[in-house]
Design a protein around this ligand. Structure first.
Ligand code: ZN
Length: 270
């Protein structure tokens, strides 16, 4: 896709957003954290080297990744989220994301207007799902930080365990697979479905960003359905490889064949 064509489509997008009553945003796989910047955090790198040497410390890796997510506050994903925020900040918006890294919260989005159905790293759950109880991850994250900085090393840590059955705790997200406790996002999910019901007769601008086909029933298919049934909807699909529009949406759909993170960073900076 050439530059002029993308600029034209961005202009159209900003006009449709300005004109819309409500803006629905879906954020998908292209926004998943790739940990490419971890080399900028030498204390985390030496902790990972410790894991390389001692395989019994393998269990600490997700906790070290969480430290990275907490400490890494800039970079291309955050830039993209800031551009997105500027684009929709004054609108009645709702964002649904399949990302579990919470990078989106590093921009100023209203978290009441955000739902993360795949979970995140804020809470821990029993890896065996003996109950649906959730526990804050904050305290253990602080212990990991201390172990790294005080030089006592990762082997001073003990794996956090379920107070009910004694099995290891895991982050409350989709990486728990069939044991994922879905209670964590229910309150926001209810807000989201209520908000969606209100869109039916409104001028709705739908922006699908970097959503691929790993979890199509969360964003991709429902967005197509909402766009189809809403007579006043506009639908923008931004994706490097899967940007094709369905036949039914040809009239109200706009495809932008570009990585959505780069699109926001390069074309949506005000
Ligand atoms: Zn348990």
């Amino acid at each position: 896709m050439d530059k002029m064509e993308i600029v034209e489509k961005y202009t159209l997008l900003s006009e449709k957003i300005a004109d819309a009553d409500m803006v629905l945003v879906g954020v998908g796989e292209e926004f998943n954290e790739d940990f490419a910047d971890i080399g900028r955090f030498p204390h985390l790198m030496s902790a990972l080297e410790e894991v390389d040497i001692d395989q019994t410390l393998e269990w600490t890796v997700p906790f070290l990744e969480h430290r990275f997510l907490k400490e890494h506050k800039d970079g291309r994903l955050v830039e993209a989220y800031q551009s997105l925020y500027e684009l929709i900040r004054d609108k009645d918006y709702f964002v649904i994301t399949t990302c579990i890294d919470e990078n989106i919260k590093k921009a100023a989005f209203d978290t009441e207007r955000l739902v993360e159905p795949c979970g995140n790293h804020a809470m821990l759950q029993c890896s065996d799902k003996c109950s649906s109880a959730l526990y804050s991850s904050e305290e253990f994250s602080d212990l990991v930080n201390q172990a790294i900085w005080d030089g006592v090393g990762l082997d001073s840590l003990e794996i956090p365990r379920c107070p009910v059955c004694g099995k290891p705790l895991a982050y409350n997200n989709i990486l728990c697979e069939q044991n994922y406790v879905e209670d964590g996002y229910q309150k926001q999910w209810e807000r989201y479905t209520k908000w969606l019901q209100l869109t039916l007769n409104k001028k709705l601008c739908i922006l699908e960003l970097g959503v691929e086909l790993n979890l199509p029933s969360i964003i991709r298919w429902p967005f197509e359905k909402v766009a189809f049934y809403n007579q006043k909807a506009n639908f923008f699909r931004v994706n490097a490889s899967l940007h094709q529009m369905t036949e039914e949406l040809r009239d109200k759909g706009v495809s932008i064949g570009m990585n959505a993170v780069d699109f926001l960073r390069e074309y949506c900076r005000s």
